[in-house]
Design a binder for this molecule. Sequence first.
Ligand code: BES
Ligand code: ZN
Length: 457
Amino acid sequence: MTTAHAYAREHAGDFKEQLKDLIRLPSVSTDPAYAPQVRRTAEWLVAHFTGLGLAARLIEKEGRHPIVFAEWNGAGAAARTVLIYGHYDVQPAQKADGWLTEPFEPVEQNGRIYARGATDDKGQMFIHVKAVEAILKTRGRLPVNVKFLIEGEEESGGEHIAQYVNSHPPELRADVCLISDGGMTRIEEPVIVNALRGATGLEITVYGPKADLHSGMYGGSVYNPLQALAEIIARLHDDAGRVTVPGFYDDVLPLTAEERAEIAATELDEATWRAETGASLPWGEAGYSLSERLGARPTLEITGLAGGYHERGFKNIVPAKALAKISIRLVANQQPAKILALVEDYLRQLTPPAVRLEITARAGGMGAALVNTATPMMQAAINAYRQGWGAAPVFKREGGSIPIVSSFQSVLGLPVILMGFGLNSDGLHGPNESYSIEMFERGIATAIHFLDEVAAL
Ligand code: BES
Ligand code: ZN
């Protein structure tokens, strides 16, 4: 009899080609122009799950991207149920952003697949689809019941899935939630993420004159909105790298000596940080290590700035308006709505009376998530890595966010296991995102072991 692991090895080539088909669909959720492609991707997944013998369907909501739901309940009511979450949407990508190849035409090179979504999160999510396939095809049944919940708006805030989870649908009943949407630094040191940051954000526009003005005729007499915006933004951090918004840190729980020691055990060394970022010198909140700044402290980041003339040559104007996008990362115990209100108040305070500030968009807020590592489910995950990956995992706090995780914990009461199968150097959200095929294959082996370990608990 072929084992599930042997099946996965024998079909590794097919799995990879299927993943490339999935990646070719440009499911960019943040840009409404891609909505039809997002839907096609969801439909592709439903057809794929159906082909594997799962009951699959779309969960729809007017004006939102569909969620893919697929389940296999043949293990019976007495068996455990694993809810597998992932996202099929991706960040925007255009060749001109610095891609060496077409972002939605996967290219294989040096054992890696280069394409948008290759690691975040199509490739990592697909690991579990293929693990389920390998077991079903060789044993005819899974050791546990499985539910897949794959959303299409993770990269744009996850509003649809949040509403869905908050309505307590009975179909989400499970014993554990499994997610692969993160990374490790080195392939020999697999990581289970034990903290994710929360996130919120906003877009502001500063308005000045009623239209662009001749900078000779009026420059020096009107407050230039680009200058005003630059001044506002420059005041959001002090010289010690701290966010100056009054009250910003009030609810942050100070790190205990034990927590600091735990973080230090996997401290990001500066050389690795430099290799990953390509930046010359670290920056950030004084008094905290790099890993603490990333995993355990809140931050405020300017993610976009626009206004005035930025094509070739010069155009002598005082622009009518200027725009900035701000992203805020939160840690445990900080409330997104409260922080957003504090930031808005402070921005208004900083705005000179000669210009007008408008909050032109707000990102939905989601809280941070802390994971209890002392649970039987976590032990199952550790055992799975030992057998499937060939190394025991370390626990690490992560700076990124997966919006729905805190709802899985607080609304559904589920233990969450964050088994990331990407590398931090995969270039997620940037040009030339890539995914290691070896990690895809070792991930499938680990995922098979996890389902067996959960059944054996
Ligand atoms: N997969 C990432 C988050 C992530 C990155 C987790 C690295 C662990 C390690 C996810 O797809 C993502 O980028 N999420 C967004 C959410 C935001 C829109 C609220 C993020 O973190 O910016
Ligand atoms: Zn992701």
